[in-house]
Design a protein around this ligand. Sequence first.
Ligand code: NI
Ligand code: MN
Length: 225
Amino acid sequence: MDIRYYGHATFELADEGTTVLIDPFLTGNPKATIAADDLNPSAILVTHGHGDHVGDVVPIAKRTGAPVLAIVELAQEFGEEDGVTAMDINIGGTVNFDWGWVKMVPAWHTSTTPKGTVNTPAGLLVNFKGTTVYHTGDTALFSDLELVGRRNPIDVALICIGGHYTMDRFDAVDAAALIGAKTVIPCHYNTFPAIETDAQAYKADVEAQTNSRVVVLEPGETHSA
Ligand code: NI
Ligand code: MN
């Protein structure tokens, strides 16, 4: 399967016509290399309600009919939109799809949508056709990151490293050690000046201090897992 990075925290998992889109933020993203109108996901997954994670959810869901999976408060807001199929979940829960399953796990952050809906932010453990991908969402470093992969070992972790709104690249090294994924792909950095960081330095630190391999993707690039 392919993991396509569209910049910021936006990823697409793709295999033979099935595509799962996570946290679409293309419109207004200065680093985006693709337009929201060019994406045709089978499902959309959302970690939390901040504008840089939900930005293009509603237009893509309306155009494609792709269901949107999000925590209950956020799913309710999406479901109020005409033509949007919302699926709810809460932290600790698992939802099955014909391509796999999604489990919602904790993240330390805050979240209110641009419309004002308060919601608890989360991470997402996604089993896509047998490959387990963990999107950390916007989180700080916390020790329970270690629990996420205990029953479901993680193939690829998508870890925020930009600092300021999330953990920085130094805390994210400890996060990678706790998560223990085979492969780490850093995200949520260099989109704006406040979150500029050195992804190659992060890669060097993680590979020196953990057993994980780091793949640094530029927006628009794909990693085959
Ligand atoms: Ni956020
Ligand atoms: Mn964010």
